[in-house]
Design a protein around this ligand. Structure first.
Ligand SMILES: *[C@@H]1O[C@H](CO)[C@@H](O)[C@H](O)[C@H]1NC(C)=O
Ligand SMILES: *[C@@H]1O[C@H](CO)[C@@H](O)[C@H](O)[C@H]1NC(C)=O
Ligand SMILES: *[C@@H]1O[C@H](CO)[C@@H](O)[C@H](O)[C@H]1NC(C)=O
Ligand SMILES: *[C@@H]1O[C@H](CO)[C@@H](O)[C@H](O)[C@H]1NC(C)=O
Ligand SMILES: *[C@@H]1O[C@H](CO)[C@@H](O)[C@H](O)[C@H]1NC(C)=O
Ligand SMILES: *[C@@H]1O[C@H](CO)[C@@H](O)[C@H](O)[C@H]1NC(C)=O
Ligand SMILES: *[C@@H]1O[C@H](CO)[C@@H](O)[C@H](O)[C@H]1NC(C)=O
Ligand SMILES: CC(=O)N[C@H]1CO[C@H](CO)[C@@H](O)[C@@H]1O
Length: 440
């Protein structure tokens, strides 16, 4: 893009320009130009910002001609901070044309400094520029693009390391700075970032590295969702399942943050939940759920026919629907859930402590799951094909059912096993969650 602008500027500047208050510099060449005392003195500026022909043209015109570009150059003199002064000085320019010429010349000069590699510097400049009137939209766009691409470049670094413990303070501070800005900036940066890293690294590695990013919960939510939408990740191939699991790990780590619900807005949260397996999703989104046997669609858990124990019973949404209460463990903030039924006189599914869980006994069960008025928290673990429920207090017991040996007539009791024996009793201890929000 070669913009060659000849400006014949008549600077009709009044003698008294009210400057010098906001910056204490009185030896500014630019200021001297802008402060030209003679009213209607003609100052010829040749600006050829993109091709750098200015100097030559200026030289041809002789030393008498003022060359805005070289004035700005001497003003900036390789120091990014001096750009601030020029920005302020630009406000003193009497004509919009001159202002625009100064902004454009300034950007050209700033690009010569080493600081141009620092996206935060560009961002600050962009912010300040955007506050001014008369900035050419094309220039703003250019600075914006420079900011986006430098940011993306910086953020690439963590994706090209094998270490999962390396830290990237510059990336952290960039993300921190971005928390004060519209999410659109981050969206643009992520797009450029993923273009680059997905060309060089495997999708799995990109997902894993993103899992180690530190940023605000909203930023991380956005970054994961945006990565999920990439075509590179939706390809069906052998690694698809591994990739899904890694992605779900990332999302779960976000859900485990106690502030997730307060910090991340509802629409973003819904998009995150939607990426989880259905059983898991419902625990976050449904008002009421039913819990049933994965393979037997006529075995739902609720109060037994004759006792206050919990049984596997025939399908009956009215009886099986439990309100989901969501909480976070005090220990480590991970999500935990309680199941409460209005139908069963406002009782919860409660597990009493099991002495078995701490003992040496193997292959033993405890019937310690009741319908009780006290709240009882469960930790839910998601595994292929279903979910498992552990007592949140100790995580030493897991909810199981379905073995007729432990039934008692009409009472098809559920029971708990030692958590360490889950693998040996997978089918007995894996459940399915259904949406029963509409159950009366
Ligand atoms: C410029 O500023 C310095 C110190 O701030 C002062 O001593 C000097 O007189 C000033 N010069 C003019 C021309 O105002
Ligand atoms: C600006 O113009 C005024 C009046 O002509 C003059 O006194 C002052 O020294 C000028 N300042 C600069 C920095 O040239
Ligand atoms: C990076 O992620 C992995 C996998 O979740 C985790 O084990 C590791 O602790 C994380 N490293 C840091 C520095 O957070
Ligand atoms: C549990 O096992 C340990 C060693 O395996 C043994 O020393 C201990 O006596 C056992 N406790 C019970 C209650 O059987
Ligand atoms: C139920 O909660 C009440 C009040 O918090 C408490 O006093 C009681 O011991 C609890 N009962 C059980 C079985 O945990
Ligand atoms: C929670 O913390 C307490 C006290 O530090 C500890 O005894 C208990 O085992 C922890 N529970 C879990 C599930 O980690
Ligand atoms: C589900 O039903 C099957 C078949 O009856 C049984 O083997 C299994 O233990 C049951 N699982 C649960 C969690 O109830
Ligand atoms: C902040 C700044 O640029 N100050 C300069 C103002 O001009 C004096 C000379 O008058 C310089 O020495 C300062 O560096």
């Amino acid at each position: 893009m070669a913009v060659c602008v000849w400006l014949l500027l008549v600077l009709a500047l009044s003698a008294a320009l009210d400057i010098g208050r906001s910056y204490s510099n009185n030896s500014s060449k630019l200021l001297a130009v802008l402060n030209a005392s003679a009213p209607a003195s003609e100052v010829l500026f040749h600006i050829d910002v993109w091709t750098g022909e200015a100097d030559m043209a200026g030289a041809l015109r002789g030393p008498a001609a003022s060359n805005l570009e070289s004035v700005i150059r001497s003003e900036v003199s390789g120091d990014w901070k001096r750009g601030q002064v020029v920005l302020q000085l630009a406000n003193q320019a009497r004509t919009p044309e001159l202002k625009r010429a100064i902004y454009t010349g300034l950007w050209k000069e700033l690009q010569q400094t080493k600081q141009i590699y620092d996206p935060l510097k560009i961002f600050d400049f962009y912010d300040q520029l955007a506050l001014n009137s008369d900035v050419p939209p094309a220039l703003l766009e250019l600075v914006h693009r420079a900011f986006i691409s430098r940011s993306a470049q910086l953020m690439e670094a963590p994706f090209h390391t094998n270490s999962r413990t390396a830290t990237f303070p510059l990336v952290d501070s960039l993300l921190h700075r971005l928390t004060f800005s519209a999410l659109d900036y981050l969206r643009d940066i992520l797009e450029a970032l993923y273009d680059a890293v997905l060309a060089l690294e495997t999708p799995l590695s990109v997902v894993e590295r993103l899992g180690n990013f530190t940023g605000s919960l909203t930023q991380l939510a956005l970054a994961n969702l945006q990565l999920l939408q990439r075509e590179e990740l939706t390809r069906e191939d052998a690694s698809a399942e591994v990739l899904d699991l890694a992605m779900q790990d990332n999302l779960r780590r976000l859900l485990e943050q106690p502030n997730f619900e307060q910090e991340v807005d509802a629409s973003l949260r819904q998009q995150i939940y939607a990426q989880l397996p259905l059983d898991e999703q419902l625990l976050y989104t449904a008002r009421k759920v039913c819990i049933r046997n994965v393979t037997d669609s006529n075995a739902y858990i609720y109060e037994c026919p004759q006792t206050y124990l919990i049984c596997s019973n025939a399908r009956d949404p009215k009886k099986a629907a439990y309100y989901v209460q969501r909480g976070h463990s005090l220990n480590d903030s991970r999500p935990q859930f309680a199941f409460y039924s209005a139908f069963w006189r406002n009782r919860y599914i409660l597990m009493e402590p099991s002495p078995l869980a701490a003992s040496n006994a193997t292959n033993a069960i405890t019937k310690n799951v009741y319908s009780r008025a006290n709240i009882s928290w469960w930790r839910v673990v998601y595994r292929n094909g279903g979910v498992s429920f552990y007592d949140a207090a100790t995580e030493n017991s897991v909810l199981c059912g379905g073995d007729p040996i432990h039934f008692d007539g009409l009472e098809r009791h559920v029971y708990t096993r030692k958590a360490s024996e889950f693998a040996a009793h997978r089918a007995e201890c894996t459940w399915s969650v259904e949406d029963c929000s509409d159950a009366a």
